[in-house]
Write a protein that binds this ligand. Structure first.
Ligand code: P53
Length: 477
């Protein structure tokens, strides 16, 4: 039988997007180029290319136009309001505010755009939830400083944070610092070091060391931003943003269990630092063992301790599985295996609703902080019918099953959950592949992988379904 209980009052139902994946207008309002603007179209089997200049004649760059939210946002926010959204998660395109990233004065036109966008949300009682850095570092910071290889990035990021907190603190209460900071756990895949840290490794470079050093600078910048934000306005809630893919052992063999523990430590030490304010012991030993001569100062360690996060924001799409690989340290690129008990999406993501309840409990046990599911969803191919409908029962099923598990975590396990913002509530450009056809939305956008289409918006079946979920506060799923 269906569980007809409701979620707690004030539960933040909404949806999530990121600036570079929907705004388009990549050169309007004084915006500078960002790393997302040099990311070509890829596919499930063909990774996106990173070009050093824009080669429009050779490649298609999907983020240049995206879904042109920059010009469509009043119409789009109106649709989200119709669905009953209580909140809307988006990000600030850093290079709209600081076109090069290292200026001392911000770009007023960029600041004005987000003022207008947040006002539009607030007009409908929709609370903006804002990520400061979501895969769109200003290109100049990459070309001039090598991205987060360079300690000076901390200063540039803090400038962004300060300008945003001061300008928007009356409009935006909920913030996150770095999107999915732990994706770069897989440092072997060029895409993650690039999107997280603006790093393009050269041949022969130790990518693992690069990753840990960049992540350290980001964590210090994050902690200092939390401290700064609270100084500017003690009411601000500033969280982390972690990509949660719980890692299971393939069997109960003790070696598999121990290896899985190390795998979880390796993927989630980032949230340990965010939430606990210090490095886990095993990782300091790991740096020693690897002879990584890390640039971690005592001032850094003090900053980490002071600037712990108010909540853990996380994405949840899938779970992973591993088994003992005959070596001590977990390498995400090589050491994952298929889970025989779950089915994967068309893009190979292993769908696992129960894993969401597991993750919510795991975070709670580990940090005892409020949690916020800030991304969840199914990337799938949709069919627009002649009468402009999309019958996406597969998406409804995915969301139904995940919200059901979330409900158990909240109501049966006592998890303190702030809200739920499914990913790509309106169709947008995929981060992983650059495709439009990997759709997550409850609102369909008429546009193909190459940017052709009317850009008209249409309500999918999931739109009406989710609208009712929100209206009944999760009683009817
Ligand atoms: P796409 C990998 C694993 C989990 C989440 O992803 C990920 C990624 C990166 O591809 O990214 C997050 O669009 C990210 C969003 C992204 C969304 O998940 O590749 O925060 O920017 O669009 C979905 O299907």
């Amino acid at each position: 039988a269906e569980d007809i209980r409701e979620f707690p009052p004030n539960f933040l139902w909404g949806g999530a997007v990121a600036a570079h994946q929907l705004e388009g207008a990549y050169q309007e309002g004084g915006k500078g180029l960002s790393i997302a603007d040099l990311f070509t179209l890829g596919s499930k089997d063909q990774p996106r290319k990173i070009t050093s200049t824009i080669e429009d004649d050779k490649y298609y760059y999907p983020n240049h136009q995206a879904i042109d939210f920059y010009h469509h946002y009043p119409e789009d926010i109106k649709l989200l309001a119709e669905m009953g959204f209580k909140c809307f998660r988006t990000s600030i395109a850093w290079s709209r505010i600081f076109p090069n990233g290292d200026e001392t004065e911000p770009n007023e036109a960029g600041l004005k755009f987000y003022d207008d966008l947040f006002d539009e949300c607030l007009k409908y009682g929709i609370e903006p939830v804002v990520t400061l850095s979501h895969f769109e570092i200003p290109l100049h910071l990459v070309q001039e400083y090598g991205g987060w290889r360079d300690r000076r990035m901390i200063e540039f990021f803090l400038r962004l944070a300060e300008v945003c907190f001061k300008r928007y603190h009356h409009k935006v209460k909920y913030w996150m610092t770095f999107n999915e900071i732990n994706n770069q756990t897989n440092f072997e895949t060029a895409g993650h070091l690039y999107t997280n840290s603006g790093i393009i490794p050269t041949a022969g470079e130790n990518r693992e060391k690069l990753m840990y050093q960049a992540a350290h600078y980001e964590l210090v910048a994050s902690a200092q931003a939390v401290t700064l934000g609270h100084d500017i306005d003690p009411d601000l809630q500033i969280g982390s943003m972690i990509a949660m893919c719980p890692i299971y052992p393939l069997t109960s063999k003790p070696e598999d269990i121990l290896f899985t523990q190390r795998a979880m430590q390796t993927r989630y030490w980032f949230s340990d630092v965010h939430a606990n304010g210090f490095y886990p012991e095993w990782l300091l030993k790991f740096f020693e063992k690897k002879h990584f001569d890390m640039d971690i100062t005592t001032a850094d360690l003090a900053a980490l301790q002071v600037g712990t996060v108010d909540y853990i924001g996380f994405s949840y799409y899938m779970s992973f599985t591993t088994k003992y690989a005959g070596h001590e340290d977990f390498n995400e690129e090589y050491d994952l295996v298929e889970n025989p008990y779950v089915k994967a999406s068309e893009w190979g993501w292993q769908i696992d609703p129960v894993g969401l309840r597991y993750a919510l409990n795991w975070f709670t046990d580990r940090y005892h902080l409020p949690l916020f599911v800030v991304e969840n969803g199914l990337g799938a191919v949709d069919q627009l019918t002649e009468d402009h409908k999309v019958h996406d029962d597969y998406r409804i099923k995915y969301m139904h099953d995940h919200i059901t598990q979330m409900k158990k975590a909240v109501l049966d396990d006592g998890v303190d959950l702030m809200g739920y913002t499914p990913w790509g509530c309106i169709d947008l450009v995929s981060a992983g592949t650059g495709e439009m056809s990997k759709r997550y939305g409850m609102i369909y956008v008429d546009e193909d992988d190459h940017g052709n289409g009317s850009l008209n918006r249409y309500r999918k079946d999931s739109f009406y379904w989710f609208k009712n979920v929100i209206a009944t506060n999760g009683a009817e799923l």
